[in-house]
Design a binder for this molecule. Structure first.
Ligand code: SF4
Length: 357
């Protein structure tokens, strides 16, 4: 069985290569970008300014991997959680067997749409599950079940009904972006290139627990904002909730970030999920101020959403307010991030990629 090429997610250069290989004019690649990204068509036949011969050949060798979410849950606060099925790489092989039960090969990821006044943010996933194993995170407890392609990532953005209302995209859903950087950078290139959506990189934030080799490459090749999951400034305490602290200590991550200039357009922020009795007191606030001294950044405090199986507890509003005020008083811009979509398990750390029954 010959596998077809997914055109969604391909860059202008990749499409030019495809055109050259298929003996099509070079300008066809630019036309295809226009149909794929500006007009967001979902079939080759819709590319009506391509010759009939080109469309016919493209239909033989390629397809546009757009598919709608299989489920949408709506929160009382207007947040929407979309569930997307991810194609198994061996799916065609399984489908070709008439007696096979394909349900066992299905994998899902979630994207969360968060409207907020005149802003609308989409939080997207980059992996099925995650191998970082953060102890407080539902996704992390599921283990790793595969990387998304750039097309899988873009499909989450392109295929929601609210696409045209989006002002921002954050890579903070399931998975660690620096652990699937080729696909993440491929998708951000489509979002920001003039042959793609032409978005400013300021509309995009990519998160990380701090995988140092990935961060170096990301900072070199992308202008998008960066959000680092910090959660505890003390090495041993952080290690107890984030296993990647062992390979990439947060002190080394912050030291790396201090080598870059953050006074321009690009921002670095630190995510700090607050747990009662673990990281929410003055000792932690003092150490955090000391650690971030000299780095132009902001800190976002996140209310922890306790799931049934976790030993961790939500910090009190009083502790969070005091923590925020201490950081602000000591020169670090700090805000408490509003909690959204908790009733549909769409809030930070709760994405499980599972369909509702
Ligand atoms: Fe992975 Fe992020 Fe969950 Fe950590 S918090 S396990 S990096 S999805």
């Amino acid at each position: 069985m010959i596998s077809k090429t997914n055109l969604l997610g391909m860059t202008l250069a990749q499409l030019q290569q495809l055109c050259a290989a298929e003996d099509m004019p070079k300008y066809t690649a630019k036309q295809m970008c226009d149909w794929l990204y500006a007009k967001r068509v979902d079939s080759v036949d819709a590319m009506t300014n391509l010759s009939l011969k080109a469309r016919s050949r493209l239909n033989e060798i390629a397809y546009i991997g757009r598919h709608a979410p299989v489920q949408c849950q709506v929160s009382t606060d207007g947040t929407k959680k979309y569930l997307f099925e991810i194609e198994d790489e061996d799916r065609e092989m399984h489908v070709s067997s008439p007696n096979s039960d394909n349900s066992q090969f299905k994998r899902y990821v979630e994207a969360v749409y968060i409207p907020d006044g005149d802003r609308a943010t989409l939080c997207i996933s980059c992996q099925v599950g995650c191998r970082m194993g953060c102890r407080f995170c539902v996704t992390g407890q599921q283990g790793f079940h595969g990387n998304l392609t750039a097309a899988d990532i873009l499909n989450q953005i392109f295929s929601i009904p609210e696409f045209t209302t989006l002002t921002n995209v954050v890579y903070m859903g399931m998975g660690e972006p620096m652990d699937n950087l080729d696909s993440v950078l491929g998708s951000t290139e489509v979002l920001t290139a003039d042959w793609g959506l032409g978005w400013s990189p300021k509309r995009i934030t990519v998160s990380s627990v701090g995988i140092i080799p990935g961060l170096r490459r990301f900072l070199k090749e992308s202008q998008c904002h960066l959000a680092v999951s910090l959660h505890n400034p003390f090495a041993q305490e952080r290690l107890a909730i984030m296993p990647m602290q062992k390979a990439y200590p947060i002190a080394e991550v912050v030291a790396l970030l201090k080598q870059y200039d953050w006074s321009g357009q690009r921002r670095v922020s630190f995510e700090y999920t607050m747990f009662a009795g673990l990281n929410d007191d003055l000792r932690h606030a003092t150490e955090l101020v000391s650690m971030l001294k000299g780095l132009y950044c902001r800190v976002n405090l996140i209310r922890f959403h306790a799931s049934p199986d976790t030993p961790y507890r939500t910090a009190s509003s009083q502790a969070m307010n005091q923590f925020r005020d201490y950081l602000n008083a000591h020169g670090i811009t700090c805000t408490i991030r509003a909690s959204r979509g908790e009733d549909i398990m769409a809030a930070c750390g709760l994405l499980a990629g599972q369909a509702c029954q």
